[in-house]
Design a protein around this ligand. Structure first.
Ligand code: DGL
Length: 217
């Protein structure tokens, strides 16, 4: 069987990673699993998300995938270490791009938009400890935002209102970097660009993860 990369997420979010990988390696076969039966992961416990992630990862390996991408911050937070322990293929995970955001910030203030489950996970806390470097990082849980994207609403009033509610406070405190900590939010880059001043950068990890995957191959 040809080498293929298995990618999974709770829904469409991981397609942002799949698309970045396809741009870098168009001939590389990909197998994508959207776990819509269990969407949204962000509202579930770590135990439930980890169990799902393990089931999906095993299934993709059984189907011939020789490398996996957990194209979901929530599942990476809940299960990445366990997946790496239990499976015999390389596994690339996602994490909110806090490190580049903190490094680029001129104001010393960064906002990271995440699901509720990622917000309370120990992985995000560890990222803060490792990479904040004196930069003030505000974690902004965005309940309902991935649901809008999953249902196809990637622009319009509801999306703009939800983003404003999450970002108005951090922006008023001088945030100049917005790190996207959920793959679904990658679909909101155009609307975010329209809402934010030019001096505010938006960082999404899809492309770096695609590059890391190609390096691993
Ligand atoms: N796309 C997922 C992530 O990166 C989560 C969306 C959800 O199911 O809540 O966190």
């Amino acid at each position: 069987m040809a080498t293929s990369v298995g990618i999974f997420d709770s829904g469409v979010g991981g397609l942002t990673v799949s698309e970045a990988l396809h741009r870098l390696a168009p001939a590389l076969p990909q197998r994508y699993f959207a776990d819509t039966a269990c969407f949204p992961y962000g509202g579930r416990s770590d135990g439930v998300v980890a169990a799902r992630a393990l089931t999906l990862a095993r299934r993709l390996v059984d189907e011939g995938c020789s490398l996996l991408i957990v194209a979901c911050n929530t599942a990476s937070s809940a299960a990445l270490l366990r997946l790496r322990d239990e499976l015999d293929v390389p596994i690339v995970g996602m994490e909110p791009p806090l490190k580049p955001a903190a490094a680029r910030s001129r104001s010393g203030r960064v906002a990271v938009l995440v699901t509720a489950a990622t917000a309370r996970g120990s992985r995000l806390a560890r990222l803060h400890d490792d990479h904040a470097n004196g930069v003030d990082i505000e974690t902004v849980p965005m309940p309902g935002l991935a649901d809008l994207v999953e249902s196809g609403e990637i622009r319009g009033d509801a999306v703009e209102r939800t983003l404003r509610e999450g970002l108005d406070g951090p922006l008023s405190r001088g945030v100049d970097q917005v790190a996207l900590g959920c793959t679904h939010y990658g679909f909101l880059l155009p609307v975010l660009r329209g809402l934010l001043a030019e001096s505010v950068d938006v960082l999404h990890a899809a492309e770096p993860v695609a590059r890391r995957t190609v390096d691993r191959l």
